[in-house]
Each structure stands twice: as C-alpha cells, then as structure tokens.
Unconditional design. Structure first.
Length: 136
C-alpha cells in the first residue's frame, strides 16, 4: 500500500513472500502439490527472478502460468502509487518480456486464449460462500 517507490531493503523484504507463503501452507496435506507454484511464481525465464533464480524449464510449469497471470493482474490493477495499465500497454510489456521474464509459450497461450479469458472475466458470477457444505 506504499504510495511511493520501495527502498532496496523493502524490496528484499517483499521478495520473501513466496517462501513465507509456503511456510504458511506447509503441513496442509491437500495443498502439498501447489507449494512449488506458490514458491516459484516470481522466477523469471532468464533466471533473474526469485527466490531461487530458476531459469526456463527449471521453474515448475504451473508456476510459469501463475507468473503470467499474476503479472497481468498486477499491471492492470490500480495501486496506491499508480493507475492500472490499459490492455494495450499490458500486451506490449508481455510481448517484450516473453523469453526474458516469462515463458514465451505461456505468453503465446495467453494471447491465443485471450478472447475466452476476457469473456469469462466479464460473466456475472453467483455470490460465493465460504460454507463448504454448500459447495457440493
């Protein structure tokens, strides 16, 4: 929620969130398979990401998908320090970052499915409840 740029120390602190997320979820047996996704969704295709500096296919496939989805959400959402970017700007950044920050095949798949994704996002959804008994 900070309105300005992060200091280097603050950014280093932010970079701990994937490992913190794993520690929070660790021990919940039903979530064991998503722990690598949580931990590695900020890795970069070129190895410049965090927390482990994984490169290309070293990063779990689902984490590479989440990385693209998370980035699209972050870029298009309003933040205290900036307005969300329009779709054209997000598209430009994704295209430039394919093969550098993001898996180029995942970025290509996003663009191939974009019309369907946009349609799903525009659909009216029923109110969701946290009462799991009603999920059946």
């Amino acid at each position: 929620m900070k309105p300005g740029a992060l200091t280097p120390e603050e950014f280093e602190h932010i970079k701990t969130h994937p490992d913190l997320g794993c520690r929070i979820l660790d021990g919940v047996k039903q979530l064991d398979k998503v722990l690598p996704v949580v931990r590695h969704h900020h890795e970069a295709w070129n190895g410049a990401g965090y927390p482990a500096g994984l490169k290309a296919e070293e990063t779990p496939f689902l984490a590479r998908i989440v990385a693209v989805a998370d980035s699209i959400d972050a870029m298009s959402s309003d933040r205290p320090y900036r307005k969300g970017m329009d779709a054209a700007k997000v598209d430009e950044i994704l295209r430039k970052g394919a093969g550098q920050q993001w898996d180029p095949e995942v970025v290509a798949a996003f663009f191939a499915a974009r019309e369907d994704i946009t349609a799903m996002g525009a659909q009216e959804r029923a109110n969701l409840t946290l009462d799991v008994q009603q999920w059946v």
